[in-house]
Design a protein. Structure first.
Length: 291
């Protein structure tokens, strides 16, 4: 998926769908959407009225252009109340947008980030939308015999021209963060017979080599020498021996140490209290803390 920052008039956007947002406090369509509405002969305002679209968070209306505009569809998504709006909601709206486009099989679209600006925070909104788009587009279909071949190819995030440069940098950061989360989701979604403690340690070593981390993997003998008996006791619930992973990242201008500790049971069978069937299938997720 190619995500890029753009600016310009919505009515001139060359893409398959234009997605904009509306807060509940707005009584009228934004100026940009009004221009699009005029091109479509008032179809947006008519559907907004007919469906009683009031900008409630997550509510969506889709207007087919029917050949009248440069885009095939215009989509309005409710952003809720302005006073309650934050970057997490922007992230969720990005996810909602890409999911709707997947449902419609639209592989190229524009999201109007400028429409979500409350306090000139457009670069932060661009980052949040980028994260939401990538996270919302996530699929784990590795083991499915029939896979959905559809892929979103291009997303434009529109901001005001003066915020374009900073938004490009922010969007790149958002892309890195979201892709890292999706990488983690892939590991978590793998079953316990694939991601064993040893396999998780190998993944950590691969990451360390690729990105320049320091890594030390402790085996069961080293763990015992450190007196981590509770750790060893839990590991006795499996034939797979435990691994203790210590990753260290030292940025050039670091000022203080930050320590993160994550628990990673690659499969939690329940120990003395075996998990029932309904819960057993989700116990692969107990490794998420270490991923």
């Amino acid at each position: 998926m190619d995500i890029r920052i753009t600016s310009g008039r919505l009515k001139n956007a060359r893409t398959k769908a234009v997605i904009s947002f509306m807060f509940k406090e707005q009584k009228k369509l934004s100026t940009d959407i009004q221009e699009v509405d005029e091109v479509l002969g008032g179809a947006v305002s008519k559907l907004k009225k007919d469906l009683k679209f009031d900008g409630s968070f997550g509510k969506i209306i889709t207007v087919p252009a029917l050949g009248k505009g440069k885009a095939d569809f215009v989509v309005l998504i409710g952003a809720g109340n302005k006073k309650d709006f934050d970057l997490d909601k922007a992230r969720r709206l990005g996810a909602a947008a890409v999911r709707r486009m997947r449902e419609m099989k639209v592989d190229k679209f524009l999201i109007d980030g400028e429409a979500l600006s409350v306090k000139d925070e457009q670069s932060e909104i661009a980052q949040a939308l980028t994260e939401g788009i990538i996270l919302g587009d996530y699929r784990f279909d590795k083991y499915l015999s029939k896979k959905d071949s559809f892929q979103v190819k291009e997303v434009q995030i529109r901001v005001s021209r003066k915020y374009k440069s900073q938004s490009e940098k922010s969007s790149e950061i958002g892309s890195i963060l979201a892709q890292a989360q999706n990488f983690t989701r892939d590991i978590v979604n793998e079953p316990g017979n694939v991601i064993t403690p040893q396999k998780l340690a190998e993944i950590a070593e691969d990451l360390a080599r690729e990105y320049g981390f320091e890594v030390k993997i402790y085996d069961e003998d080293e763990i015992e020498k450190m007196g981590m008996n509770a750790y060893l006791a839990v590991a006795k619930g499996s034939a797979n021996p435990p691994r203790f992973i210590h990753l260290t990242y030292r940025p050039k201008k670091s000022k203080k140490e930050v320590v993160l500790i994550g628990k990673g049971l690659t499969f939690d069978s329940g120990g003395l209290n075996i998990k029932p069937g309904d819960y057993m299938r989700w116990m692969k997720s107990d490794k998420a803390g270490a991923c």
